[in-house]
Design a protein around this ligand. Structure first.
Ligand SMILES: [Zn+2]
Length: 152
């Protein structure tokens, strides 16, 4: 027996077993083979990928003999260490040259913008609403990146 992966005109994939290689062509031409999903007899052979290497061992267990679903490698480990340390250094310099104003950031940024306070670098906390207000007034500020080791 020879196994072919088949695809119907509607994109359904399924396996078909044939006694001989030329039996496939003959049976399909005669309309004797149909898609188990939609009954279509317009079938083509799917490309067979060689079962070489890879972590798939379905053949040994007899299970998992279906088309393997490609798994995306998830790298949920955050930015690489070099990037992190660059950000950390940037933030350190920023913080060292600026005044901490706590949750008065929006207020203080506004006072500096309107020359009501001496121009200087400041940093602190602002609510989303305060930040939106600053943007609307054309007051420049940059959100400080929160580093992974500062979340706790
Ligand atoms: Zn089909």
């Amino acid at each position: 027996m020879i196994r072919y992966s088949l695809i119907c005109e509607n994109g359904h994939e399924f396996d078909g077993w044939f006694g001989r290689a030329d039996a496939f062509e003959a049976q399909v031409a005669a309309g004797e083979v149909s898609c188990p999903h939609c009954g279509s007899t317009a079938l083509t052979k799917a490309l067979m990928t060689p079962a070489v290497g890879g972590p798939r061992h379905g053949e040994e267990t007899g299970a998992g003999d279906e088309t393997p679903v490609p798994a995306l490698a998830e790298t949920a480990e955050g930015p690489p260490a070099e990037v992190l340390s660059a950000i950390r250094e940037l933030k350190r310099q920023l913080v060292a040259s600026a005044d901490y104003v706590g949750d008065h950031f929006a207020e203080e940024a506004r006072r500096i913008h309107y020359d009501e306070a001496p121009a200087r670098g400041i940093y602190g906390e602002a609510t989303a609403e305060e930040a939106r207000g600053l943007i609307e007034e054309g007051i420049e500020f940059h959100p400080l990146p929160i580093l992974p080791d500062e979340r706790n």
